[in-house]
Design a protein around this ligand. Structure first.
Ligand SMILES: Cc1ncc(COP(=O)(O)O)c(C=O)c1O
Length: 448
């Protein structure tokens, strides 16, 4: 570290930002980035950080991978924008073909592109409604699907996401997820026999008629909700139930996709083939891009002109995404995600033995997290301690981000290209942050 964190240049930028940018756009750290490479960031004051946030899971292949940068450079020399609805281009079609090949399910598929995860979710809902001619969408407690109005209606967390922004679009119904650490039914897996999945039948009797439901939307591993990975047999039961009632299953893999869970898509880990799959984040390798992939017949339900967007599937983003998919073919990123996950779990379980604040250690592949509680008996969320731990981390060279409906989860979204030494170095910082907050209460006072 060259200077105290945040350094003078970052502090000056924070002052300008406070005047120029609305407070609703909050930020996890007061650090302004100058450059980034692989799993590293450098700030405008010359401080270097390990990046365990990866731009919230957008950089599974690493910051500024040469292959991605070169593909974007090549495209820069050709054209920047034409709008695919006016004069299409091959990169878009090629990327759609590749998405159709690599996503779960042997059936014929079609894909189209938009700019963000939220926009992709909106479109998945449009398609499901157009195909089934039904209005209802069932979403889960603790789900996050984005900040546009329909996506927000599907999102669960009230503050800060939903409060003050009502009314939301109608025909959204919410049911408990398989959040085993805080089971809504006070049951234990496996003796629960996946009661929460089977309970959907009850929802059809008491909440919304099955013939009025177009789709169930779920994140196979919940992201913002706190990296909640249901038992491996959960989704088969849920998806079968959907299909028995002619309901589509939409998998929102915006955060869990592109290698994060040790498979290209978390749906594969659960042995399911979603009718519609929504992806974004790491697809673009750092550029904005999202995809909606689904069974061809379903995807063709909206009439020509019913889908689209001016910048949707921008040529630069498509070029970057093709390079990302090449990298996944060439490099062993999927097994690397599993190795990283195992390495994290080993350390985190040691911490759990030492500090009762670590209530739960969980995840799938490289999508790992710890949930912090004030007591392992009461499970009262330790949100303030979580904030102090992440503050300690960035002040000591590690960028982490929180998650969870109670803001008490620290999640790991480090680029999968991180080396073991870098990962261990980052985990050392996280460990001393936990030790500082748990063992030295006097030090806690200093962290504001
Ligand atoms: C599962 C999931 N769906 C949708 C979104 C919304 O994506 P975006 O922020 O690109 O609109 C996110 C963002 O974090 C997400 O994690």
């Amino acid at each position: 570290m060259n200077t105290p964190i945040p350094g003078p240049k970052s502090m000056a930028l924070s002052e300008r930002r406070a005047k120029a940018v609305p407070r609703g756009l909050s930020h996890g750290t007061p650090i302004y980035v100058a450059k980034a490479e692989d799993a590293w960031l450098e700030d405008v004051d010359g401080n270097r950080y390990l990046d365990f946030a990866g731009g919230i899971g957008c950089l599974n292949v690493g910051h500024r991978r040469d292959e991605v940068v070169n593909a974007v450079r090549d495209q820069l020399d050709k054209f920047l924008h034409t709008c695919v609805q006016v004069t299409p281009y091959e990169g878009y079609v090629r990327l759609a073909e590749r998405m159709n090949e690599i996503t779960p399910g042997k059936f014929p598929k079609k894909t189209f592109f938009v700019n963000s995860g939220a926009e992709a979710v909106e479109n998945a809902v449009k398609i499901a409604r157009a195909y089934t001619k039904r209005p209802g969408i069932i979403a889960f407690e603790d789900a996050f699907h984005g900040r546009t109005m329909m996506a927000l209606a599907l999102t669960s967390k009230t503050h800060p996401y939903k409060a003050g922004f009502a009314p939301f679009p109608s025909d959204v119904y919410r049911v408990p997820f398989a959040y085993c650490y805080r089971c809504s039914y006070n049951l234990k897996y496996p003796s629960c026999d996946l009661y929460c999945a089977r309970h959907l039948e009850d929802t059809f009797k008491r909440v919304v008629a099955n013939e009025e439901v177009a789709a169930v939307i779920a994140e196979p591993v919940m992201g913002e909700g706190g990296f909640i990975a249901p038992p491996l047999d959960y989704f088969k039961v849920l998806v079968d139930l959907c299909h028995q009632h002619g309901i589509l299953f939409i998998a929102d893999e915006v955060q869990s996709g592109f290698g994060r869970t040790g498979a290209m898509f978390a749906s594969e880990r659960y042995g399911i083939e979603p009718d519609i799959l929504v992806t974004a984040k790491s697809l673009g390798g750092g550029l904005p891009l999202a995809a909606i992939t689904g069974q061809a017949e379903i995807m063709d339900a909206p009439a020509p002109g019913g889908l689209g967007g001016t910048f949707a599937g921008n040529p630069l983003s498509c070029a970057a995404a093709l390079a990302v998919l090449d990298l996944f073919e060439r490099e062993n990123l999927l097994s690397r995600a599993n190795e990283l996950g195992d390495r994290f779990q080993r350390r985190a379980r040691e911490w759990q033995g030492r500090w009762p604040i670590i209530g739960d250690v969980r995840g799938l592949g490289g999508m790992q997290a710890i949930e912090l509680v004030q007591s392992t008996e009461t499970k009262v969320p330790a949100a303030e301690e979580t904030r102090k731990i992440t503050q300690y981390c960035y002040e000591h060279g590690l960028i982490t981000i929180t998650a969870g409906s109670y803001s008490n989860v620290i999640r790991i979204l480090v680029p999968l290209v991180v080396t073991n030494d870098q990962l261990d170095e980052g985990l050392d910082v996280l460990e001393s942050a936990i030790a500082t907050v748990c063992d030295r209460k006097d030090a806690v006072v200093e962290l504001v």
